[in-house]
Design a protein. Sequence first.
Length: 353
Amino acid sequence: MLVPGSLEHSGGIGRWAGYLEKSWRDQQLQPPLEIINTRGTGHAGRAGWAFTTALLRLLRLHATGRLGAVHANLSKRGSTARKLIVSAVAARLRIPLVIHLHGSGYDSFFAALPGFWQRRVTAMFRRADRVVVLGQGWADWVTRTLGVPPDRVHILNNGVPRPAVRERPAGPCRILLLGRLGPRKGVPELIRALGTEAVRARAWTAVLAGDGEVELYRGQVDAAGLSDRVVLPGWLDAAAAADRLAMTDILVLPSHAENLPISIIEALAARVAVVATPVGATPELLTHERSALFVPVGDAGALADALVRLIDDPALRHAIAEAGHAVYDQKLDIDLLSRRLAALHGSLCLPAC
């Protein structure tokens, strides 16, 4: 399995892959799973060497008869460029290839590509033995726009492990955002919503946790007079994120574009009420007013109203959190999903598996 960065610091793909690897190992699933970092960590200038090293590792596995299939996690820009090369290598080696589409806004990214690159990306998808997507909307897109045969397309939601049950401490309502801080995650709207008179009048604290433009938004929080109630701790690893979720009442993610955010699934697993925008595959899984509250993209006023409702009504928070957890139980447990993915791999693998 190819992952664009480390398991902890390559965004949602990395965290999902880390959860998957542990689940696969704990359940002793077959075929064996080996994670290969195709982008490296640290300075972007090292990415080329990391990718070369990853290709050499694939060739060594093939030469020793241990490469049964390649599973390529795909996002936009550099990830797509790397996977075009991987696709050609897999074809040359006659190794089955799985393309797993994760990146948010991939349809817009594809539409903006010049015709030559659109044809290359289309050929990569059509050449793949299986295409894995996170929801029905993406399945429709890859079949309709890219011409992938429907029998090669598989829907597999992201998943997370089941957290330990912990009792939430008493106190003001606790609000959390997990993700790279920037406009795509709706951070400016969230700060505006928290600064409205209606939200200020309630008892709450908020944590905006993630990398990205941390200092920019810390300055905006200070300018809004919210620094005594809003903290920006930077990136949280998986253990720290789980600890924070265990103390959280509301997970908010007002993103402009997503595929299927790991932070929302982590919140469902931890019985945390979710406020989000209906983007990507999220509305295929969650229902407005039942398992989440949805607000329009870019609408700070609607976001403030949703937060006020949940802050004022603990019974509503509890009902939404429990309905969301039921969705997790049925569809988003990483152990269930890793078994499904192992079965898909087993159906494709060469004898090396």
